[in-house]
Ligand binder design. Structure first.
Ligand SMILES: *Cc1c(COP(=O)(O)O)cnc(C)c1O
Length: 413
């Protein structure tokens, strides 16, 4: 390859390793073998814009671009970057999706996708325990722009279907949810939506493509906070949308206007983290199961929510559709707000902070953090108990995590 050739070809079909295993895809999909200087790793193409040789060159570019032709040339950073596109390609391959796009955060992905698909007079249906900021966007923000939203309880498929109106465009849900790890029957929702001519969009941040590939069940669009498991190291914010080519194109056009694109530096970090996705998630699945079983047998623990436990309300559907149950375990500790806070303060390994999905374990008390703005009565009404703990496992050894929980729970007894 000479230096004048593009780093990542948009015209040559990429070898996507579609049939390969998760780790092979996570490492190789979307990467061209011939890189500048014979480098093994994709370069960080750190540029805001791309130069043209002449004005004729620009005119030629614009003509081919307007004709919808795919060719090896970029124009401006908001419209595309080879470092970003190579990582998006790998995420598409992991999801088994036609195409993927990357964003500056998970919220940029969610909001841009919804703004691209909805308009004044349209309507959407959501399940009730979506990520809090997503709910704020769908229930309050979009209402100001004339987009209606109906909220149905997670797991109530009859309510979901009867909420669909002639102007309904999108069903948006999340699986597993936060903090109770409710699992959606993805196959059922995809079939129901298809029958009614409504698009489906699923936030599978907690599942990752290692545990669930919604495209296999006929879901139209997947969104991720890539800040969590895909990046996997708590060192960047990023978002992703993957799915059907025509829908992704519509969202890409909207992104060019709204501008929430991922930077090449963060795309590089995301791509680096992504390589170990399957290794990390399988380890976190195993730790999650072990920690959930340990907690369920502990006398100071009141109740545990983990889809891998037979006691979880969605255990059967999780077992049927998911390859693993993830690294987040929620539980209630006997006692109240203060004693639960003291239990969390006694833990030595996890950091006390929101977020999840990285190499370090993190722990939160939702009543004091994500829901601190609500009164105790309001929290109880939406099912956030004072003594609820959300433990997001990192990649530490589960025996050490269990020993840490053991000493902290001994103090709570
Ligand atoms: C964190 C999160 C988001 C928001 O993503 P950011 O990267 O923080 O913008 C959306 N959905 C889910 C399920 C999340 O956990």
């Amino acid at each position: 390859m000479t230096l004048t050739e593009p780093v990542i070809s948009k015209t040559q079909p990429q070898t996507r390793f579609q049939a390969a295993g998760d780790s092979t895809r996570a490492v190789h999909a979307g990467a061209r073998r011939d890189k500048p200087f014979h480098a093994l790793i994709d370069p960080i193409v750190q540029t805001a814009t791309y130069a043209f040789d002449s004005l004729e060159d620009i005119q030629d570019f614009l003509e081919r671009h307007d004709a919808g032709e795919k060719f090896d040339r970029y124009e401006y950073g908001r419209y595309g970057n080879p470092t970003v596109e190579a990582v998006a390609e790998r995420i598409a391959a992991l999801e088994g999706a036609d195409e993927a796009l990357l964003f500056s955060s998970g919220m940029a992905a969610v909001t841009t996708a919804l703004l691209a698909l909805l308009g004044a007079g349209t309507h959407m249906v959501i399940t009730d325990d979506l990520y809090r900021r997503t709910r704020e966007f769908t229930n309050d923000f979009l209402l100001r722009y004339g987009v209606g939203c109906s909220v149905v309880p997670m797991g109530d498929y009859a309510a979901l279907e009867s909420a669909i109106r002639p102007e309904t465009r999108v069903i948006l849900s999340e699986t597993p949810t936060n903090p109770y790890l409710r699992v959606l029957d993805v196959e059922r929702v995809a079939a129901l939506a298809r029958r009614r001519g409504v698009l489906t969009m699923l936030d599978t941040t907690f599942a990752t493509p290692v545990n669930l590939r919604p495209m296999e069940y006929g879901i139209d669009l997947i969104v991720h906070s890539a800040t969590k498991y895909l990046g996997g190291h708590h060192d960047l914010l990023a978002g992703a949308v993957a799915g059907r080519a025509d829908l992704v194109k519509q969202i890409a056009d909207c992104t060019a206007t709204l501008g929430g694109v991922l930077s090449p530096q963060n795309a590089y970090l995301l791509g680096r983290g992504l390589k170990s996705l399957a290794l990390r998630v399988r380890h976190q699945n195993a730790s999650g199961q072990q920690v959930a079983e340990y907690l369920e047998g502990h006398p100071v623990v009141e109740r545990v929510w983990y889809p891998g436990l037979a006691s979880h309300p969605d255990h059967a559907v999780a077992q049927a559709q998911m390859k693993g149950f993830g690294g987040v375990v929620s539980f209630t500790v006997r006692g109240g707000l203060e004693s639960t806070a003291r239990f969390i303060d006694r833990l030595q390994i996890p950091y006390t902070t929101p977020s999840l999905g990285g190499t370090e374990s993190l722990v939160v008390q939702p009543a004091l953090m994500s829901y601190h703005h609500l009164s105790a009565a309001e929290r109880a009404a939406i099912g956030i108990e004072d003594n609820l703990v959300r433990f997001a496992l990192g990649i530490e050894d589960p025996a050490d995590i269990i020993a840490d929980l053991e000493q902290a729970l001994a103090g709570a007894a």
